[in-house]
Design a protein around this ligand. Sequence first.
Ligand code: C2O
Ligand code: CU
Ligand code: CU
Length: 525
Amino acid sequence: MEENKIDRRNFIKLGSIGASVLITWPLLNSCNGLAAQNDNVDLNFQADVDIELTAKEANVQLLPGSKTKVWMFDGNLIGGDKTAIQKLGNGYLGPVIRVKKGQKIRIRFKNQLPEESIVHWHGMHVPEKDDGHPKDVIGNGETYIYEFEIMNRAGTYWFHPHPHGRTGPQVYNGLAGLFIVTDDEEQQLKLPSGEYDVPVVIQDRLFDGNNQLVYLSRGRMDKMNGFLGNRILINGNLNRELSLKSGCVYRLRFLNGSNSRFYKLAWEDGTPLIVIGKDGSLLDRPVSMLYIMLGVAERVDLWLDLRDRSNGSQMVMKSLSFSHGMMGMMGGMRNRGRNNLPLGSTYDVLKISLDREGSNNFQLPQKLAVFNKLDPATTVNRSNPRTFSFFMRRMQWTISGRTWEMTGVTKDETVKLNTTEIWEIVNSGGNRGMMGGGMQMPHPFHIHHLQFNILERDISGVDSRIWNSVKDGFIDSGWQDTVLLMPGMKVKLIMRFEDFKGLFLYHCHNLEHEDMGMMRNFKVE
Ligand code: C2O
Ligand code: CU
Ligand code: CU
């Protein structure tokens, strides 16, 4: 399957050159059509869900006055159940794609942007050709066909562009969407569904006086630190109010879709947050927390019970204050004169208005998912974990001193198919190299290809002021693909490489760090 990749891409690129070939795409639904056009297409691939996803320029009304120029994903269902695509409000965010484990999905990604792009399905376990690797970018007017089976368990995943050096600006311009997977196990739990299953994508943006998005206004400093906006958006909209029904129970699916900002989420009135899922799984049982640290690209599913709330009341979710260890001078300079939303300050994120009455009857299950966590005894490197350190060297963010190479991969980054390993991820902050060696920053670590379990979080190197301000906000159970490392923190992750050989990515999901090269390949062979 892998060896077909190049031919297949050539075909797709060729296809986009001649309009006559493009016109034949709708015909490709039939096996014969596919066979006639491309002998690399899997003839047995019968898509249960067939979607056209177009990235394009658009103008949306976010503020009074001028519309804002954005880039957005437009989804169009070609085949399959209508529920597979759901439009999310009237902001810029892409559609919510909903699929079930075991289904086969075809996505025809059409690039109508003025630059190259490729889409990555964050958290999904797919072959290399479907992972949205930066080397697979396509240009304006071209189409990339993804065809894969949904192998992940029920969870909240998402999609976004992944062209190297341009992921930050493309996501910032509006390109992102949720990818929600359900399975039989989840469906038996009868969790809130339909209108009671509500996406909440949190992002921050900065607008100029003409309502246009501003990115990297401070140039290099924004790249080093990561970009911060001065306004919070929910589901691609500045209207941060969700209207829900009193008397009902909801499942809220949070995604931190920001470029670099992360959050310490809590209800203003002190109501505990009931967590039922994180990234790629439900937890084994619900967990009650007073606040949640939600790093960039992380997802968390909450159970929200509004049965005792009165009609007409409100709930506010805030991001509470915390320390993050970034150099005071930079944080201060950034925030002075630009905005009133420094990272780690207190501000409102979301308002829930209970402006209608209703009732539903969902019960919170005491047991959610069945867990077979990976066992350290089954790993090939138990006594000698593979270690990757995230630090700055010569004003450049690196992973163990290395930066991005399009297809480069070292022996240290090569693993064997069908093995289980422990990886130790270290945020080692300063004291390496000369310039910028003292720069400390949180890094959200993300790996493609799999979901891991967190074995341990070592905080012995974390400043106690930082740790005390965040320590009750981490969810270390479940299957996850992204983990937030505060400065000085080390985490041990256990992960299994299965099903697909190939080149995949691991990186910092602070999108400015990623674009600067804090991203590497690993190879499964
Ligand atoms: Cu969310 Cu490499 O991606
Ligand atoms: Cu990813
Ligand atoms: Cu980083």
